[in-house]
Design a protein around this ligand. Sequence first.
Ligand code: GAR
Length: 206
Amino acid sequence: MLGNGRVVVLASGAGTTLAALLAAHEQPGYPARIVGVISDQPTAAALDRARDAGVATAVVALADFDDRDAWNVAVAAAIDVFNPDLVVLAGFMRVLGSPFVERWAGRSINTHPSLLPAFPGAHGVRDALAHGVKVTGCTVHLVDAGLDTGPILSQVAVSVEPDDDEATLHERIKTVERDLLVDTVARMVTGGVAIDVVNSRRATLR
Ligand code: GAR
């Protein structure tokens, strides 16, 4: 068990993946508890979802800080307030710097709407469509200093249909992504991650 299964979620937008986590944490047997939600966007719908679920929220907007370093320190401090065991980036659309990455190495995960390492970045679905792939999907991975580069924990494939546009494909991905994230968080909290001693890119959920 990873501590007491306390989870902080970072989200920038609609928060439908957060909503899946909030629904799961209300189930009696679910091992993780969402103790705080932090956004870089003061008007993010994700914050409303958290408040509706009775979960504490915080906003750390980049515009409120002199530079990115100061913002990074503030995000790390806001997370510490909740004393979590695991930090989950669920639609958090900014890259976090070393104050976060070093402190939460091995205890922070990100969900991304492509089969990484293909199509990292802010437009994973658009880029996959533009490339003409026939199969894409979603990935949950450990956070490291790169852009969607951390060791992969779990993935699900999703077929691209001929008439898909970015919105329809992203919605189909998100349908499976929510379940994947809920399951991966539970497994991280209960069993943790084993990192291969020879190849540290190979991480396995226990
Ligand atoms: C999800 O598909 C997530 O993977 C993606 O944003 C969406 C959030 O949806 N994140 C990224 O693209 C990060 N690179 P939501 O706001 O409805 O939860």
